[in-house]
Design a protein around this ligand. Structure first.
Ligand code: ADP
Ligand code: MG
Ligand code: MG
Length: 876
């Protein structure tokens, strides 16, 4: 088997075998770029080394020796030759770049004799001894496991004695002093002399690089970036070039474009008279790359030409390492540069304009999940931050405001024009007005898909959830964390992208949809065949979503409209009504309000479909909490001056709340079960929808309402509700002398609905998969409990591959979706289907929706651009 490849034998396609670094060194060699010659020991060798119980086999060694002989021939120097020694670097290189995680040794081949030969041959003793001391330190660290800090003070000590401060001021003799001391340290730490035999050095270094695949930081890096552990690393053995021979030498790193903004400008740094690690080590401050133009104009021009060549060859922004020896340029590494979302968008766009990429290719270069970074207000990266706690990064973006612990107060202060941050142990639908009013939300309980998180993401509002470190005291309206107390009105800031809570105000910058981004999304629209709608409950969100490219509303939740502070009392009296008559009085009052809501939304979505879900949550969510009521009543009872009538009313309320309290509200009296038992509620909502639609139609606005019945499990539920909607529509049309086309459909969110989708389709014009509930009911998980209590353990310990509330579970929930689509379309060919859970804005789930043949996905306004891009990815 072939374990070893000379650079001229490889190419970029052999990345799996040669690692990224080795494959690209080979590719550049064959393209005629100035790459110091060398060879690569393959990742296969590494894996066999591990499989054999860490044995570098004779066969591997033989092949490496052959390659070394070829290398020596090529450069006309020999490893260990006393007069003209070959020096090499031994470099790690895995398939996916893991910058700085594994080890590299430079200047290998030096010993007490060859160093003198090198000094004589180059006529530069200072350089030779500088190289030797670097080698001893690196080799000792990587191969002999002598900690870096043992060597740290030696150089400083010498400098002090000589009264100098810079490495460049060190003479050959000074470096010799350092070397002597280094050798003493090695002897003391390892019990042996520093290895003098170059062949022995080479073999040890090779094995050490293999071993560095499993050092702690490499293991952690792989876990974080989901890189498989079995890939192994290649080892590159390359003849050295020297940036440390004098002032016509240097070393540096550059990106072909700015990796932070994407601007088409060379971006990087270099150091004169330096080697490899010096640039990143921070001991000397590197110079910006542009200044090289003055210092070495010819080298600079040549470098720019090579950068351009590499970029068009790899058709991506390159991150390039180079060294200059005696005024001659060498390229030591190139790889695709890591970049921010901003840069990714700009670069992808520019590459199309420059004719380097097709639109499809460019779209694939931008990771949809990365776009979160640019769609929200963010903290000015240069701002000072005083971090006091960390929670779950539940909704990206950043915000500052006064800490307020009560939704009503938050609402009130915001109306007065103040910026507030809502801080709660957790939020409920009751807090919606507070959330709406706040700049951001901070909760001490609840997971990434807790109420606060879902709602905040829907609004594009920053949120941190489950920040358990902070101890909230609602009696004193304050929280404490690590001895710091934040009182009501104190200003705090949150970064929902990182989960950091900060004291005081932090400077924010607005998100900008750059021209490039808008155009790129336009290309995504040309390519994709999956529709993208939005989840929006009000005109503002509808407008925002439309700006972001939504093609209609896939889910308009009507319960949020019941939460506005002027409506809660009416909603409550509707719930508390003892009979239908009383209930109708309350509904009568709600009707014009609901109608107005729908008018606003229809207006913003003129010409586009609007799917409206009739009331879904259990009614007790609109009433006060049981515990709070009990406390209030007890207080009233103990107060001799209390108003007896008030007390009586509260007691009635308590009875009602008790009656509505459910053991498991998620599976309780909600969804269409409300509509079936209290048809007048759904009737009022349907009336509001059709009256609004007719009114706008009379103004000449095109309205496309789609009425959606939630939580259907049996076809009979849907047929009842469908009839109710149709009857109402007919009545309204007659009353107003106007007709409108509309659809009636259902959500598929319990397993029985999916399994009997063929029957349900007889009564449905469309299906919308409510995958949040469908995930809950399929797994039998209650979401809030699962995320708070065991789901993170499941994911951490790989019981589940992912959180199924974040990424759709294809094998289970997805199977039901697929089945329902097939059954539904069996009954009604071409039945329209969509998805409206949180999953509608997540790229893997969107890909699934496309494969399953859904017509559209629906997601919160701020995720619409992400979904457009992800839908294009799915199609390509
Ligand atoms: P990493 O993967 O951590 O970047 P590298 O193997 O790229 O490690 O080595 C780090 C640095 O060492 C390179 O950027 C380069 O400056 C220097 N280096 C590596 N090999 C050579 C060589 N053959 N000649 C000169 N410098 C080298
Ligand atoms: Mg490198
Ligand atoms: Mg639901």
């Amino acid at each position: 088997k072939k374990y070893v490849y000379l650079f001229q034998e490889g190419n970029a396609d052999l990345k799996n075998l040669l690692g990224g670094k080795g494959a690209n060194l080979a590719e550049m060699t064959n393209a005629g770029l100035p790459v110091p010659p060398g060879f690569t020991i393959s990742t296969e060798a590494c894996n066999e080394y591990y499989n054999a119980g860490k044995v570098f086999t004779d066969e591997m060694n033989r092949q490496a020796m052959d390659a070394l002989a070829a290398l020596e021939q090529q450069v006309g120097k020999k490893l260990g030759d006393i007069d003209n020694p070959l020096l090499v670097s031994v470099r790690s290189g895995s398939v996916f770049s893991m910058p700085g995680m594994m080890d590299t040794v430079l200047n290998l081949g030096l010993n007490d004799q060859t160093v003198n030969g090198l000094a004589k041959k180059t006529n530069n003793p200072r350089f030779a001894y500088d190289s030797y001391r670097r080698f001893i330190q690196m080799f000792s660290g990587v191969v002999l496991n002598v900690d870096h800090y043992h060597f740290e003070h030696v150089i400083d000590h010498v400098k002090e004695q000589k009264g100098i401060t810079e490495d460049t001021q060190m003479t050959a003799e000074d470096w010799q002093t350092v070397i002597a001391e280094y050798k003493v340290i090695v002897k003391k730490q390892t019990g042996e002399d520093f290895p003098q035999e170059p062949m022995d050095q080479l073999k040890k270094a090779t094995i050490a690089v293999f071993d560095s695949w499993n050092n702690q930081r490499a293991i952690i890096y792989r876990r974080v970036h989901k890189i498989p552990d079995h890939l192994g690393t290649a080892v590159n053995i390359q003849s050295m070039v020297f940036g440390n021979m004098g002032d016509d030498c240097g070393t540096g790193v550059a990106f072909t474009r700015n990796p932070s903004t994407g601007e088409k400008l060379l971006y990087g740094e270099y150091l004169i008279n330096a080697q490899g690690e010096d640039v990143v080590a921070g001991t000397r401050t590197p110079q910006p790359i542009v200044t090289l133009q003055q210092v070495m104009p010819e080298v600079f021009d040549q470098f720019v030409a090579i950068c351009n060549r590499l970029e068009s060859h790899y058709r991506d922004i390159q991150d390039i390492e180079f060294t200059i020896e005696g005024g001659k340029l060498y390229i030591l590494q190139t790889r695709n540069g890591k970049r921010t979302a901003h840069a990714a968008v700009k670069i992808a766009y520019d590459f199309v304009i420059e004719g380097i990429l097709t639109k499809e290719e460019a779209l694939l270069r931008v990771d949809p999940s990365q776009l979160d970074q640019i769609l929200h207000r963010r903290i000015d990266p240069n701002a000072k931050q005083d971090v006091i706690a960390k929670g779950l990064p539940a909704s990206p973006g950043a915000a500052s405001g006064k800490a307020i612990f009560d939704a009503d107060l938050a609402d009130k202060l915001a109306n007065e024009g103040q910026k507030v941050m809502l801080v709660r142990p957790e939020t409920t639908p009751d807090d919606i007005h507070g959330i709406l009013a706040a700049q951001g939300i901070l909760t001490s309980r609840g997971g990434m898909t807790s109420h606060a998180a879902v709602v905040a993401r829907g609004m594009g509002k920053p949120a941190i959830c489950g920040c358990e470190e902070i101890k909230i005291d609602l009696k004193s309206n304050s929280f404490t964390v690590n001895g710091i107390t934040v009182k009501e009105g104190d200003i705090i800031s949150i970064d929902g992208g990182t989960g950091r809570v900060m004291l005081g105000e932090v400077k924010l910058i607005d998100p900008v949809l750059s021209d490039e981004f808008v155009k790129l999304l336009g290309w995504a629209d040309e390519i994709r065949d999956l529709g993208v709608r939005t989840n929006a409950d009000n005109p503002e969100d509808s407008k925002k979503a439309r700006e972001f490219g939504a093609e209609g509303i896939g889910l308009c939740r009507t319960e949020h409209m019941f939460m506005a502070s002027d409506r809660v009392p009416i909603v409550q009296s509707m719930i508390l009504a003892e009979n239908e008559e009383e209930r109708l009085v309350a509904l009568e009052k709600l009707l014009p309000m609901q109608q107005e809501d729908f008018e606003g939304i229809f207006r913003e979505m003129a010409g586009l479909p609007v799917t409206i879900r009739l009331l879904d949550p259990p009614l007790h969510e609109f009433l006060p909490h049981l515990e709070d009521l009990v406390v209030e009543i007890t207080k009233l009872q103990m107060n001799p001056n209390a108003d007896a009538r008030v007390l009586h009313e509260k007691e009635i309320l308590l009875r009602k709340v008790r009656g509505l309290t459910e053991f498991n509200p998620m599976l309780g009296h909600r969804g269409c079960r409300l509509g079936v038992v209290y048809p007048e509620i759904y009737e009022m909502q349907a009336r509001a929808i059709f009256q609004a639609a007719c009114k706008l139609a009379a103004e000449g606005i095109v309205v496309i309402p789609e009425v959606m019945i939630p939580l259907v499990g049996h076809v009979n539920e849907l047929s009842l509700m469908r009839k109710l909607v149709e009857d109402t529509a007919k009545q309204v049309f007659e009353e107003l002398g106007q007709e409108i086309e509309y659809k009636v459909g259902t959500m598929i969110e319990v397993p029985r609905a999916a399994i009997t989708a063929d029957e349900i389709a007889t009564e449905a014009d469309f299906f919308s998969f409510g995958t949040n509930d469908l995930t809950q009911t399929t797994f039998g998980f209650s979401r809030d409990d699962a995320e708070g209590k065991f789901l993170h353990y499941y994911v951490d310990n790989k019981v589940l591959p992912e959180n199924p509330f974040a990424v759709l579970d294809e094998q289970g929930v997805g199977k039901l979706v697929d089945l329902a689509v097939k059954l539904g379309r069996g009954t009604k060919p071409g039945l329209k289907t969509g998805i409206c859970g949180e999953h509608g804005g997540e790229k893997q789930s969107i890909e699934f929706c496309y494969r399953t043949g859904l017509d559209y996905v629906s997601c919160s306004p701020f995720r619409v651009p992400i979904a457009r891009l992800a839908a294009a990815h799915a199609t390509i």
